[in-house]
Design a protein around this ligand. Structure first.
Ligand SMILES: Cc1ncc(COP(=O)(O)O)c(C=O)c1O
Length: 393
């Protein structure tokens, strides 16, 4: 048997390409904004995680240019050795202060942040307890850890309770949940999770990739939204969404961060984030703090789109955030729906298994504070037309 057999036998992508409905790896020839250029055609982007619209903010762009002038293009090493710049440390100080935690640690991507945190903390004999819908990086981090991995039903607190009571009393326990679930757009039941963690002597880590900058009065995420900041032991965030850059971080106690700094292989054996990316994060953090009107506008848009999609008859599941899934329930139908939207100039993301469970295939739509009302009118008009044609509404 040839190790490459699986590659030669994988023909699904070609088959979908032949049908003219292959939706992945589309090249965009403009900035990531509310309108993008694809194949020379302007499209309204409702598939981005650029929640606050900061990718095109003049201060963010200027900060990246200045950083390249001062520091050059890359760090040529890991944070542990030659790759720590003063701006990495400044970002960590300011993130810790913003998140109201003792310390913060920056990683090169959000994915690596989860890998490098969970796999380092969860050792043999420990239990890591995760929501079935947690992000792939959490699942992979658990695979990398040597601990006992237990999943509970999505946001189901009686199942979490059952799982916790099945864990050995004396073992170390870490509960890891997405604050905002990246495909479903619903919010973790943090009040129950924190209370169950306390009762069972477990620690809580929240992946707030989609919540920082978005949820909470000041944009500090899910814990701020629920006024439970002291109940969460580790908050994880990415820079690829509201921060309009790339990288990730955790914020926690000084002792936890110090341990991660010295034992996390994803941190120690991988190069540090480049100066331009770090400078963009610093500028974005300033804007998250100083321009709350962006968050307010994002929520105004979110409320409108929830209401209007529901009124049209679409199934948006339990979405509570600017991530609004449109459930279709079948791979090919999802691709066909996507293609018709695309032909009408609307950029969405079709999501099929394994990113969601079979039967829950969906079009993931997500919104940006800088979307105009006219753009949203157009989105709704096209969805209505395509939804009727496809028999979805
Ligand atoms: C919930 C969640 N966690 C982690 C990540 C990984 O972050 P990044 O894409 O910045 O590496 C993502 C991004 O897809 C995410 O949605």
């Amino acid at each position: 048997m040839d190790i490459f057999d699986k590659c030669y036998n994988f023909t699904d992508a070609e088959e979908v390409k032949e049908m003219g409905i292959y939706p992945y790896f589309r090249a965009i020839s403009s900035g990531q904004d509310t309108e993008v250029m694809v194949d020379g055609k302007k499209m309204i982007m409702i598939g981005s995680n650029n929640y606050l619209g900061l990718t095109s903010h003049p201060k963010v762009k200027e900060a990246t240019l200045e950083a390249v002038k001062k520091y050059g293009s890359g760090c040529s090493g890991s944070r542990f050795l030659n790759g720590t710049l003063d701006i990495h440390e400044e970002l960590e100080r300011r993130l810790a202060e913003f998140m109201r935690k003792e310390a913060a640690q920056v990683f090169s991507t959000g994915f690596l942040t989860n890998l490098g945190t969970i796999s380092t903390l969860v050792n043999r004999k420990d239990h890591v307890i995760i929501d079935r819908s947690d992000h792939a990086s959490i699942v992979d981090a658990c695979r990398l850890s040597f601990g006992n991995v237990i999943k509970f039903k999505h946001n189901d607190m009686s199942d979490l309770k059952r799982v916790l009571s099945s864990c050995e009393n004396k073992a170390g326990k870490l509960i890891v949940v997405d604050g905002v679930f990246s495909m479903e757009g619903d919010i973790a039941n943090l009040p129950e999770i924190v209370s169950l963690a306390k009762q069972n002597n477990a620690r809580v880590m929240v992946d707030d990739a989609h919540a920082i900058g978005v949820l909470g009065e000041h944009g500090r995420g899910t814990a701020e939204y629920f006024k439970l900041e002291d109940g969460v032991d580790i908050v994880m965030g990415t820079f690829s969404k509201s921060f309009a850059s790339i990288g990730g971080f955790i914020a926690s106690s000084e002792r936890v961060i110090n341990y991660i700094k010295h034992f996390s292989r994803a941190l120690i054996f991988s190069a540090s984030p480049p100066p331009a990316a770090v400078a963009a994060c610093l500028a974005a953090l300033d804007i998250i703090k100083s321009e709350p009107e962006r968050r307010e506008r994002l929520w105004e848009i979110t409320r409108r789109m929830h209401k209007e999609f529901k009124a049209l008859g679409f199934n948006i599941g339990n979405s509570q955030t600017p991530i609004i899934p449109i459930y279709i329930g079948d791979d090919i139908k999802t691709f066909q729906f996507w293609k018709m939207l695309s032909d009408e100039g609307i950029f969405t993301n079709p999501i099929i298994s394994p990113a969601v469970s079979p039967g829950s295939q969906l079009l993931r739509t997500s919104y940006t504070a800088t979307h105009t009302d006219e753009q949203l009118d157009k989105v709704l008009e096209v969805f209505k037309k395509v939804g009727k044609k496809m028999g979805v509404i």
